[in-house]
Design a protein around this ligand. Structure first.
Ligand code: FBP
Length: 545
């Protein structure tokens, strides 16, 4: 075992006062209605709609020890740094509040729950995973609990294992699933309570209602920013390449914005802005070409450009095409799919868009499907699509400039990184909150920690009803209650900071190299030396930048 691993495993994550001992009080606040479409959602979720917000407050009185509980836990969806600490926080708090409780880790995500494939998580087993990256302690998966058969299978496991509670660690879809299970278990008369935990490096699960960030975002952005910072200095040293860097974030551009704020690239494209301005692909290429040409005129044939992976779909003309492919043309397609056959079957305007996409990218659009049956955005080389458009503009303008592009995709590199001090404590705290909620028989809620720009001892623990994050959206042609995704707020301070600075960053070399994740030494409330580091966006929002 490396010193690095030893040191990490011994590190004690920090907790707010209400989660430190066994004394706490649960306070119920005002009922929280869904973000939209309340009546329709209440009909689908009669038992879990309009429930009150819950806060967990410190108390000097020791809470009575509970009878042992049996709790299940699953990881659902893509990996995110800190997941193992959710398991550890959940385990430790359960043992503190209800000694001898049993924690069942379902293997490989939701499928493990449906097939009742699990292992018992012990202190000894979890010791290896404390403050370490990955989800491999129990594995994850992207299976959905969707059909009646799936719900029957999940309920069967809950009944067979006599689960008092189930914790689902996932993104917006998985937490929508958690809410469906909570409601379903009540209807079936099962005692199993369900709590969700906000996970995704994409950060599109945030909500003004109480989720300031999803876990994993802080660490993955730090990992990507370290790599981007290195490329910035390489570009500045060699002065011969433009680096085009695609970053994960399928539906929202939070990661790109955060990494942009940390590294100050020459171009930082934000999908939400392109959509809001209704920009065509051509306009995006021209915007990029203008900056590249201006820098070349200043003798700078190098630069850094950040691209959110979802960008290609944010461009309205592509969005229309993707929508048609995902919902009309590709479902039920029989036989071989080729770009030529697809082009023949598209309406005239979409055919023009499709054929304007470079052939290799066109093929990528048709290759893979995500678990919803949609185009797998993370497999599309959007950076090559953009550069090919830029090259076309350079040709059309007959610019005599030296333009050498290099391509990068930073995604999987950041999802299993060793969690930052922020994510270590945040995740441990989210797991602890889930244990408190389940110990009190609460169901249909998401575990929350707020006030995150402060030190952990000032964080506020609590929970919000999962239905309060929901609205109705069209899914597979039907009105469906789902947790609303949160895009980059174009009126928010982090985006505003980019807008104010981007012209200067485009022209000059203002690069920042944040370096590897630093564990900064500071003192905790008891005067112990601890490590703690928060996220730049959260701090900047808090400072009012
Ligand atoms: P989650 O929403 O499940 O957390 O996953 C997000 C993500 O990391 C995206 O950024 C990326 O597009 C996608 O996962 C890749 O998925 P896969 O792991 O299936 O290739």
């Amino acid at each position: 075992m490396s010193t690095f691993e030893l040191y990490r495993r011994q590190y004690n994550p920090l907790l707010p006062a209400s989660l430190q001992g066994t004394g706490y009080t649960l306070k119920k606040g005002e009922p929280m209605a869904p973000v939209a479409d309340g009546e329709e959602i209440a009909k689908q979720f009669p038992m879990t709609t309009n429930l009150p917000a819950i806060s967990i407050e410190p108390s000097t009185e020791q809470s009575k020890l509970l009878e042992p509980l049996t709790i299940g836990v699953i990881f659902s969806g893509g990996q995110a740094p800190g997941g193992h600490n959710v398991l550890c926080g959940l385990y430790d708090k359960l043992q503190q509040l209800a000694p001898n409780s049993k924690l069942l880790g379902f293997l490989g995500g939701p499928k493990g729950l449906m097939d009742n494939k699990h292992m018992i998580l012990t202190k000894e087993y979890l010791a290896t995973f404390r403050n370490m990256g990955g989800f491999h302690a129990i594995g994850s998966g992207r299976d959905k609990i969707a059909s009646t058969k799936d719900f029957d299978a999940a309920a069967n496991t809950a009944a067979v294992e006599k689960l008092d509670g189930l914790v689902i660690i996932g993104g917006d879809d998985s937490n929508t699933n958690a809410c469906l299970l909570a409601e379903d278990f009540i209807k079936r008369g099962l005692k199993t309570r369900v709590i969700g935990v906000p996970k995704t490096i994409d950060r599109d699960l945030i909500s003004k209602r109480g989720i300031e960030t999803s876990f994993g975002f802080d660490t993955s952005c730090k990992v990507y920013s370290e790599l981007i910072g290195n490329l910035c200095y390489d570009a500045l040293s060699a002065k011969k390449y433009w680096h085009f860097i695609r970053l994960m974030g399928r539906s929202a551009s939070h990661i790109t914005l955060e990494c942009g704020l940390q590294t100050h690239p020459n171009i930082c494209l934000i999908g939400e802005e392109i959509l809001a301005k209704n920009m065509t692909s051509k306009q995006v290429f021209e915007y990029m070409a203008d900056i590249i040409a201006q820098r070349a005129a200043n003798g700078k044939n190098y630069g850094i450009c950040l691209i959110p992976e979802g960008l290609i779909e944010f461009i309205p003309e592509n969005n229309k095409l993707f929508d048609y492919l995902n919902n009309k043309l590709l479902p039920g397609w029989q036989g071989e799919i080729t770009a030529e056959l697809v082009a023949q079957k598209l309406p005239a305007d979409l055919k023009v868009t499709f054929e304007s996409i470079p052939p290799t990218i066109r093929t990528q659009l048709l290759l893979d499907r995500d678990p919803h049956g949609n185009i797998a955005i993370s497999q599309i080389e959007t950076e090559k699509f953009l550069v090919s458009g830029v090259q076309q503009v350079i040709k059309e303008r007959e610019l005599k400039i030296k333009f050498s592009a290099l391509y990068h995709f930073f995604g999987y590199e950041g999802r299993c990184a060793a969690p930052s001090a922020f994510d270590s404590s945040y995740c441990y705290g989210l797991g602890s909150v889930a244990a408190v909620l389940l110990g009190n028989g609460i169901t249909g809620y998401m575990s929350c920690l707020k006030n995150l720009s402060e030190q952990p001892d000032k964080w506020i623990a609590g929970a919000i009803p999962l239905t309060s994050l929901m609205n109705i959206e069209m899914r597979h042609g039907a009105r469906t209650a789902v947790i609303q995704k949160q895009m980059v707020d174009l009126a928010g301070r982090p985006f505003g900071f980019l807008v104010v600075n981007r012209e200067k960053w485009a022209e000059q070399d203002c690069y920042q190299q944040p370096g590897p994740i630093q564990l900064i030494e500071c003192q905790d409330v008891e005067g112990r030396n601890v490590v703690y580091q928060s996220s730049v966006t959260l701090l900047e929002e808090a400072r009012g930048l």
